[in-house]
Design a binder for this molecule. Structure first.
Ligand code: HEC
Length: 152
């Protein structure tokens, strides 16, 4: 486990301009996403912005030691970190800790995200479908702390 699954240089060279593109989508419409997309879930377009905005603030490799040691920067890290890896079981959202921590009672100590908002239901469904469809996550796609996003 640990950082070995993560191509060394890939973190620093994270594709910021492309991340900015998909995040700009949200900024233009703060209620995004108001519905679950038709057709297959696209990791870069639908899932990455949700994870960056809601999770990466705590689940980046620098802050992870304070946050369950769970690192959500690459698929390899997401599959190998945390107290009981893997957090994602492709094809089975109901057994994936990534989903179960989000469906806990909001007052539960482990509930994620700590303060769900009213459009969280749609986002959760997108993440569930993404896992159900196999949790596809291209190897070169790296997630970063929201402060690393230079263009919104
Ligand atoms: C404000 C910081 C914060 C944010 C934002 C956050 N988490 Fe967490 N996360 C934590 C902390 C703290 C823990 C450890 C909780 C514990 O075990 O007591 C944790 C633990 C986890 C774990 C369990 C790791 C393990 O194996 O023990 C998963 C999975 C997880 N978070 C997923 C997410 C997801 C998905 C999001 C975004 C939807 C998210 N978290 C957002 C702080 C955060």
């Amino acid at each position: 486990m640990g950082l070995s699954g993560c191509g060394d240089g890939s973190y620093e060279s994270a594709d910021r301009s492309e991340a900015g593109d998909s995040l700009a989508w949200i900024q233009g419409d703060p209620t995004w996403p108001d519905k679950v997309p038709d057709g297959p879930i696209d990791f870069k377009k639908h899932v990455r912005p949700l994870l960056i905005i809601n999770c990466l603030e705590c689940h980046n490799r620098e802050d992870a030691p304070r946050n369950g040691n769970f690192i959500l920067e690459t698929r390899a890290l997401a599959m190998s970190t945390g107290s009981a890896p893997p957090a994602i079981i492709p094809g089975d959202p109901d057994k994936s800790p990534l989903i179960t921590v989000m469906t806990l009672d909001p007052l539960h100590q482990q509930a994620m995200p700590p303060a769900p908002d009213k459009i969280w239901g749609v986002r959760l469904e997108i993440l569930r479908r993404w896992i159900k469809e196999g949790a596809l996550w291209p190897q070169e796609v790296t997630l970063v702390h929201p402060r690393e996003i230079t263009a919104w």
